[in-house]
Design a protein around this ligand. Structure first.
Ligand code: ACM
Length: 637
């Protein structure tokens, strides 16, 4: 019986239906439509499967990548032949002008007799291949030969296409440097979920990460800082005589290699040169670019900027800005953007523009003169003057400028696109003025934030749970969709020292982002998302990629009963979990009290411990929170 399944509830149905026979169908992101032929046997990939490809170099490349990817786990060296007709038990890849297939979309039909994957363009073929890979058993992502004897693919018909054209992740390679191979691994992970944009944050106070041949000090000096480990923002500044040994940068050859690697996988790389704030690495290299030239150093994460109250207000302890009143700055930027524009084929260059601490500008004579000369009435207009000049430089290199939403302050440069991070408002305002927008709001897609309770997660100053990320909706009501290019999640790496932890912070939240950006809004549903996430976890285990299990850990809500006593209410993001707890310092298991309703915390207790179970098996992590901390959260001593 053919069954048409559009909704997520139905996704659960077919997951169960296939769990015994073939691979669970647990696609992320959800396709636009999916028909499962439940009674049909499906396709079996064997060493004899033939790949039939059209005479198109890009499709050939995409199919060659597919063949290469499956060779290790299966041991099969599949034969590829040129052609436009299916052979018995073949996989036929074809390009078509079929008007019912949108750009970058595809149609995938799998049956015992063979598979056909049809698309309008090679990108569509590539995305269809990613879906096909998710239809194969989880072992398909193994890094070594699998012991599986067969490779079944359930019988399905899928029609699919992206909702947004900009589906991104940002990786901050400044606070910690990631090698070319590590970035390639990150790209490999992204493509499985149909992301098409890698935004590289290349320049910040903690390092300049891209070779600029005409400005060699940027990487001789700016790419290196003194090593520190622990909690970013608390570190000692460089001590007298201490060597700057920690860091790294990408040479032109490295960038070309990355761009090529990404392009082969339908990923654009967006380079970001974050100015005029966040510029200590540039100033350590060329101090004359400051309004207040000094002995600058690349910051190791010392408290060089202060956020009183932790919110949007901040000021620089050190002047970490390029001077908008100094003509040398524009000569410098012309050189930088000349090389950046040559290296990155993508149409946009990101100029940052966020969090410019202007307290040093306020008192500066050069700035005062600039304000007089250019008739600028306040520092917003000074900042806007700078942004507009940068926009002209970037345009002169044949590129379009994008910047964080602070570029709206004091007046937005003509033609500039806006990346909205301080909520959606900047993006909404920019779209209403007819500017292109990429939505990247802190409250939904800042994946540097903790994804569970602070008592168990590596500390960061804010939290963002998976369920909240899943609510990310890039297109606000009342905004013309043609201005919303899409969205992205941002991984800032102040507290991310290595790729394993980058993976932990990225997944599973980036699954939620992928679905928000690719899938139809009406198909999205949290309850079907969770089991699909769990199916991807199984793949991540096989692929040896780290992910956060935080969605299984309890959410702790504390409230005051009276001036001395607190109450704890526990919840879980995922349904069907039991929580067991203790106050006696021992480790609870499923023989301990099960959480049923809000608990009064015994005043004499020193810790509360808790753990979640599913079907009598532990699934969450052992969490310990001190009673002092619980009390502190509601203002009790
Ligand atoms: C930002 O998070 N400062 C763009």
């Amino acid at each position: 019986m053919r069954k048409i399944l559009f909704t997520l509830i139905s996704t659960l149905v077919f997951m169960t239906a296939f769990s015994q026979s073939a691979t669970k169908i647990a696609l992320i992101p959800l396709p636009a439509s999916l028909v499962v032929n439940e009674k049909q046997p499906g396709f079996n990939l064997t060493a004899a499967t033939v790949l039939v490809v059209p005479d198109n170099a890009e499709v050939k490349k995409a199919v060659a990548l597919f063949a290469q990817q499956i060779e290790t786990p299966t041991g099969y060296k599949l034969k590829t032949i040129s052609g436009n007709k299916a052979l018995p038990k073949s996989i036929l890849f074809s390009l078509s002008n079929d008007a019912s297939i949108p750009d970058d979309g595809y149609k995938l039909k799998t049956a015992a007799a063979g598979i056909t994957l049809t698309a309008k363009n090679p990108a569509g073929i590539f995305y269809g291949i990613q879906t096909l890979l998710q239809l194969l058993p989880a072992d398909i992502v193994s890094k070594s030969k699998s012991t599986l004897k067969s490779w079944p693919i359930p019988a399905v018909a899928i029609e699919d296409y992206p909702r947004f054209g900009w589906r991104g992740l940002m990786l901050d390679v400044t606070r910690h440097f990631f090698t070319v191979d590590q970035v390639k691994d990150y790209i490999d992970q992204m493509v499985k979920y149909k992301f098409n944009m890698l935004h590289l944050h290349l320049v910040d106070d903690q390092g300049w990460r891209i070779e600029i041949k005409s400005l060699p000090k940027l990487t001789e000096v700016g790419a290196w800082r003194v090593p520190r480990v622990g909690r970013f923002g608390t570190f000692l500044k460089p001590q007298p005589g201490e060597k700057a040994t920690y860091g790294g940068f990408y040479t032109h050859e490295d960038i070309k290699e990355l761009v090529r690697y990404a392009a082969d996988r339908y990923i654009n790389i967006l380079p970001e040169i974050d100015i005029p704030g966040h510029s200590l690495a540039a100033l350590a290299s060329y101090p004359d670019l400051s309004c207040t030239p000094d002995n600058y150093y690349v910051s190791p994460g010392d408290p060089f900027m202060i956020w009183p109250g932790g919110g949007q207000h901040f000021y620089g302890v050190i002047d970490n800005t390029l001077c908008p009143a100094n003509e040398k700055v524009y000569v410098f930027l012309d050189k930088v953007f000349t090389e950046v524009a040559q290296l990155f084929p993508f149409a946009y260059i990101h100029m940052g523009g966020d969090e410019t601490a202007r307290n040093f500008w306020e008192k500066n004579e050069q700035i005062k003169e600039l304000m007089k000369k250019e008739n600028l009435k306040d520092l917003d207009e000074v900042q806007s003057y700078f942004v507009k000049r940068v926009e002209k430089i970037i345009s002169s290199k044949g590129k379009r400028m994008i910047g964080w939403d602070e570029i709206l302050q004091g007046g937005l440069a003509e033609n500039a696109a806006v990346m909205s991070w301080r909520g959606m408002k900047g993006g909404i305002d920019a779209a209403k003025m007819g500017h292109e927008v990429v939505m990247s709001p802190t409250d939904f897609v800042y994946i540097d934030y903790m994804q569970g309770d602070a008592c168990i997660e590596p500390p960061v100053y804010a939290s963002l749970r998976l369920k909240k990320t899943y609510q990310f909706e890039p297109l606000p009501d009342g905004v013309d969709p043609k201005f919303i290019k899409g969205g992205q999640a941002n991984l800032w790496t102040e507290q991310v020292y290595n790729m394993r932890h980058a993976e932990y912070m990225t997944w599973p939240r980036a699954f939620a982002v992928a679905e928000a950006l690719w899938s139809k809004k009406e198909n999205r549903d949290w309850n079907s998302f969770v089991p699909r996430v769990e199916a991807q976890f199984e793949r991540f285990n096989k692929a040896e990629i780290k992910y956060a299990p935080s969605m299984y850990d309890p959410i702790i809500n504390v409230s005051k009963i009276d001036s001395n006593t607190v109450k704890v209410k526990l919840e879980t993001e995922v349904d069907g979990l039991s929580i067991y707890y203790s106050f006696d310092n021992s480790f609870p298991d499923n023989f301990y009290p099960a959480y049923k309703e809000a608990i009064t915390v015994p005043n004499e207790a020193s810790t509360m411990k808790m753990i979640t179970y599913r079907n009598n098996k532990p699934i969450g992590r052992m969490m310990t929170i001190t009673v002092d901390e619980l009390r502190k959260r509601v203002g009790l001593k």
